[in-house]
Design a protein around this ligand. Sequence first.
Ligand code: SF4
Ligand code: SF4
Length: 455
Amino acid sequence: MVDATWGTGEPPRDVLGPLESGAFDDHHPPRAELVADCVHCGFCLTTCPTYVLWGAEADSPRGRIYLINEGLNGEPLSDSMVSHFDKCLGCMSCVTACPSGVQYDKLIEDTRAQVERRYSRGPADSLLRKAIFAVFPYPRRLRLLRGPLRAYQKTGLQKLVARSGLLDRLGPTLSTLESLAPQLRKVPSPPRRVAARGTRRAVVGMLTGCVQGAFFPEVNSATVRILAAEGCDVVIPAGQGCCGALSAHNGRREEALGFARRLIDTFARTGMDYFVVNAAGCGSSLKEYGELLADDPVYAPRAAAFAAKVRDLAELLDELGPVAPRHPLPITVAYHDACHLGHAQGIRAQPRALLRGIPELELREIADPELCCGSAGIWNILNPVPAAELGDRKAANILATGAALLVTANPGCLMQVAAALRRQGTELAMAHTAQVLDASIRNLGAATLVQARST
Ligand code: SF4
Ligand code: SF4
């Protein structure tokens, strides 16, 4: 349990103590010097979704840092300790809030890798995680799900199942998975290379992604069109696979390393100036390839060079500056900061600037923007009940803006918020930032966005 003195301003005496055997081994344990940066001020507490939900110190950033410190000082990896680490969404809201610059992102990532190597989970939890990681990081396997899922949605079977209440009886995990599935549309895959319109300003490699590619191909198509319109040659090599973000964020470091090496190899000969990403969770991980592969003498320099080219789509467009004319979109938009874009990459101004650059578009802010919607990669599947609570809060704040369209830059957030809105008996048009810009550049009108629901 968390010591009652923690958070009173007095650091525990052992915070700078020597690394002993305990919860962690010596292969990249969480670093004691990063733990020591925490001055226990508590400024992070109210921005932490799990602390907001449960009000328990051990489920706050400060409490988890305390537990990491206990582990560094000889406490074994107990069920309770792992449970508090597992409940962290990895949203990095605490990193934004912390005035002392505590690198909680590094602490939790190292902790999770230790947990995955050194802790035996119960059979149900292990099985669920194995199933998730046998499918989600494999774009081809995910694409195979499209056919059956479309049939389920189009034949009326989905409505029948919903009316029967069958999924609720089978448990929250299955019903959450079902509720998250977006409405699928047929979209042709973009070509492997698309030429810039007008004068070429850059050559851009593009990640098609796993969930983005399989369930939101229209976002990738919009991304390609915008980049070409803004003067970029776009290169999309086949067989690029997963970037490893999901694995890295869940402590599966070896798996993440394999995905990262493959991606670096796939783009090695493209001659790209930038590597563009339109999914927030992927972007934050790709920018850390240099650190992820730092122990690999062959890949370390290549990984660092690759990471230096990574840009979120909004970041790159902001950097390049607009050349394609924007046409009016008379619509009110609520912009939701995906945690891995806002907190993890600090990209908040660029997407807003892009949206404000569209004539007649009115941008509205959502209350409590720092609080996660509860998606957090696979957190909503592993923790369906609290995830739904966070989703409901976010959905209510979004509806309160009165906007006609929700815009965000992460497929997980789109699915999570759509599911929450459906639970509340409401629907709202949703789009990725790329789709809004695309509609403006192509002069499609606001009605296209409101009709073409993303989820
Ligand atoms: S805000 Fe930073 S220094 Fe303060 S308790 Fe949280 S992590 Fe520690
Ligand atoms: S990453 Fe998010 S959930 Fe985890 S401790 Fe920080 S604020 Fe809380």
